[in-house]
Design a protein. Structure first.
Length: 242
């Protein structure tokens, strides 16, 4: 018997949270089998809109995290979860049945500590297409776990202390490094799915522009802690624009 806990952090996500929850429930139904249990938890991260109400109407359990922080929201959801495996799903992401099937195959193999997926924005062109190509090469080469979709053993997550709450961004990359280290000691690998990635949103490019996003990425690479542990550099995550 295996239980999955899908945790969805959400801040001002009234435009997308219902579709996200519905996609998770649909993926679970498509992969239903004897002995597979599940729950879907939305963490309302101090939203100023109808995020919590719409998530509840869509069929999720809703809990609240009053401190606006991606790390804290994910950790809050994980603390409420009762599953053997955690799946973290961003509220602007749609979980496909095929993605969940691929993750379940890795879970069933009992050879992985967890994993993530390459990026899939759907049909994009030009600079965004190039960004996806380069990002996916880095994700697969360095075994990173981008936060839009992460799955991991609950035991491992709790053993390493979850997401580091000093980070206001980049907490997903930090988690991947610590998961890999924990997994190696147990003879477990970290898997990056690539055949059926979930569909996530490229809205930040349209809201903030390509140049601003690339500039922030470069700043994170050059000054990682100074940037990712200080909200003043991370407006695109916390200004509430959606």
């Amino acid at each position: 018997m295996v239980k999955l806990s899908i945790v969805i952090p959400a801040f001002n996500e009234e435009k997308r949270v219902a579709a996200c929850v519905q996609s998770a429930l649909a993926a679970l139904r498509a992969n239903a089998r004897a002995g597979l249990l599940s729950e879907v938890i939305v963490v309302d991260n101090n939203s100023l809109d109808k995020t919590a109400e719409l998530a509840r109407q869509a069929g999720a359990e809703v809990v609240s995290e009053p401190v606006n922080s991606c790390s804290r929201a994910r950790n809050k959801g994980a603390s409420m979860a009762s599953g053997d495996w955690l799946i973290f799903l961003d509220a602007d992401t749609l979980l496909l049945p095929e993605t969940l099937a691929d993750a379940l195959a890795e879970i069933d193999s009992d050879k992985v500590v967890g994993g993530s997926s390459v990026i899939n924005y759907g049909k994009v062109q030009g600079k965004i297409w190039l960004f996806v190509v380069v990002s996916n090469f880095v994700i697969r080469t360095m075994k990173l776990t981008p936060g839009f979709f992460i799955f991991c053993r609950t035991e491992a997550f709790r053993a390493i202390g979850g997401f580091d709450e000093k980070f206001f961004a980049g907490e997903d990359a930090d988690l991947s490094a610590r998961l890999r280290r924990w997994g190696r000691k147990q003879g477990l690998s970290l898997k990056i799915l690539h055949q059926h990635p979930p569909l996530t949103s490229d809205r930040k490019f349209h809201l903030y522009g390509f140049k601003k996003i690339v500039t922030l990425i470069i700043r994170c690479l050059l000054f990682p802690k100074r940037t990712m542990q200080d909200k003043k550099h991370l407006g695109m995550f916390y200004d509430g624009k959606r």
